[in-house]
Write a protein that binds this ligand. Structure first.
Ligand code: FAD
Length: 308
């Protein structure tokens, strides 16, 4: 259970998305094999909001578990899903030994206005409630129950008008049964620390895992800054980008350096977990471990004594 892992030291985990074809799947598994050596605490697989890619998530989840034995957490978005569909997905995961689920709502289909009242699950809190009830019903049969993670947004969710209400909505997810929060990516650690403080003030006492995405390209930055994600890039990072010759390799180096510094600071300040948005590659993550001087995630909790 990931909640248990988060009780001891800092976890390091990796996120992947399901590739669309066999070629992409082969490449993904090459990268996963390279990353397996870093001994991640767990990995997670995103869930496509569109119908056609949803089954791919389940396929990748089962393949990763079977091939690697890594603790594998599927993301599950409830938008456009009926209760009976969610029930079937949960039963499938329980049968295949999945221990944790990241419970999400997902974005509005088509990206515009959406009639949320017509949904079986209008908010992620409803999905958390449903999974918690599923856990209770199945405990008699010896099933330990799924650990439940939920999303948190240190810079605020782009669709939320009221930041104070937003924390109440996060608390509703925790009160419904969530065991931990995984954050949206952020580039300014102060936003994460402040978010953790606001969680405590709001009575949210579960671990908050920090989402880190090493910038890999200018086009990637533009996508993240776009309305749907609304990411904010600190001036210092933009200056670092401006200092480069603009080449793809220089931008990638700035991104990896920035993410490494974020990780060092998060580790120094005892972040409960760091979740890497890998974009289905392994290079940036491996470089960050190397620069931190860490061979294996087991070392990230830090020893009790200095080694000299
Ligand atoms: P919710 O917690 O339901 O919140 C959605 C919005 O509704 C927020 O603005 C919230 O403040 C508001 N709200 C919540 N409850 C109420 C209420 N009772 N009354 C009024 N307003 C309310 N998307 C995917 O499609 N696939 C993925 O695999 C995926 N993985 C993600 C992983 C992480 C770590 C994160 C941070 C996001 C991920 N997303 C994914 C994106 C996510 O689905 C979207 O950001 C979505 O818009 C919000 O999902 P949520 O679970 O936070 O929803």
């Amino acid at each position: 259970m990931i909640g248990k892992l988060l009780e001891g030291g800092t976890t390091f985990s990796f996120e992947f998305f399901p590739p669309k074809d066999e070629g992409g799947a082969d490449r993904l598994f090459d990268h996963i094999q390279k990353l397996e050596g870093l001994n991640p605490s767990f990995v997670s697989i995103t869930y496509g909001a569109g119908g056609s890619t949803r089954k791919l998530t389940r396929d990748v989840v089962h393949r990763v578990r079977e091939r690697t034995g890594l603790v594998t957490m599927p993301h599950l978005t409830c938008v456009s899903h009926s209760e009976s569909e969610i029930q079937e997905i949960l039963e499938g995961y329980a049968e295949r030994g999945i221990t944790d689920i990241l419970a999400l709502r997902g974005d509005a289909p088509g990206g515009g206005e959406h009639d949320w009242a017509s949904e079986d699950f209008a908010y992620a809190s409803k999905l958390v409630e449903f999974i918690a009830k599923f856990n209770d019903r199945h405990k008699a049969s010896g099933f330990a129950g799924f650990g439940i993670g939920v999303a948190g947004f240190p810079e605020g969710h782009p669709g939320t008008g009221n930041r104070l209400d937003e924390m109440n909505h996060l608390k509703a997810k925790v009160d419904a049964g969530a065991d931990f929060v995984v954050t949206q990516m952020f580039f300014e650690n102060r936003d994460y620390f402040d978010f953790c403080d606001r969680c405590v003030l709001g009575g949210i006492r579960v671990p908050v895992v920090a989402g880190i995405m090493p910038v890999q390209s200018i086009s990637g930055m533009k996508r993240m800054a776009d309305l749907a994600l609304g990411m904010r890039f600190p001036a210092s990072m933009l200056r670092a980008v401006r200092r480069t010759d603009g080449s793809a390799e220089a931008i990638r180096r700035v991104g990896v350096h920035w993410a490494t510094e974020q990780c060092r600071d998060l580790l120094d300040h005892g972040a409960r977990g760091i979740h890497f948005y890998t974009l289905n590659t392994s290079g940036a993550t491996i470089e960050i471990y190397r620069t931190l001087g860490v061979r294996d995630s087991g070392q990230l909790a830090g020893g009790e004594m200095l080694p000299f």
